[in-house]
Write a protein that binds this ligand. Structure first.
Ligand SMILES: [Zn+2]
Ligand SMILES: [Zn+2]
Ligand SMILES: [Zn+2]
Length: 136
């Protein structure tokens, strides 16, 4: 099945039906789960973000891959601890992280507020060094 077919099919879904991005099963979301930020697929047990919830503050742990919800009150903490594996992960929702796109690999990464006046930045994905576009 290609992706085009899946999205065409999703247009015919009922109000509370969603498609699991891992196994493509069509799931009916129970009323009491409509506002849950993370849904677990009963077929393949993959966690994914509930498309019915607007702007959930979800962080995906770069160590174990588990999606977790940012705890209320920790929105501006620089790092948070993964509830699954205990590793410290960057909280990119913090006001102190400024999104920046690497001119080499085009991947979005972040620069810390206190580093935004530095002349050069290193991309965290490809390691290339580039002129800081935020600097004035
Ligand atoms: Zn699934
Ligand atoms: Zn983890
Ligand atoms: Zn890069």
């Amino acid at each position: 099945m290609d992706k085009g077919k899946i999205s065409a099919k999703s247009l015919e879904l009922e109000d509370n039906e969603i498609v699991c991005p891992s196994c493509n099963s069509i799931l009916t979301l129970p009323e009491d789960m409509i506002n849950d930020e993370i849904i677990q697929c009963p077929e393949c047990y993959a966690d994914f973000i509930n498309p019915f919830v607007d702007n959930p503050k979800i962080l995906i742990c770069e160590y174990c891959g588990v999606a977790g919800l940012l705890p209320i009150g920790d929105e501006n903490a620089l790092t948070v601890e993964c509830g699954e594996c205990g590793q410290t992960i960057n909280n990119t929702y913090s006001d102190r992280y400024i999104p920046i796109v690497c001119p080499f690999c085009k991947i979005q990464s972040y620069v810390l507020d206190e580093h935004k006046q530095e002349r050069y930045l290193n991309c965290t994905s490809c390691g290339e060094r580039f002129k800081n576009p935020l600097r004035n």
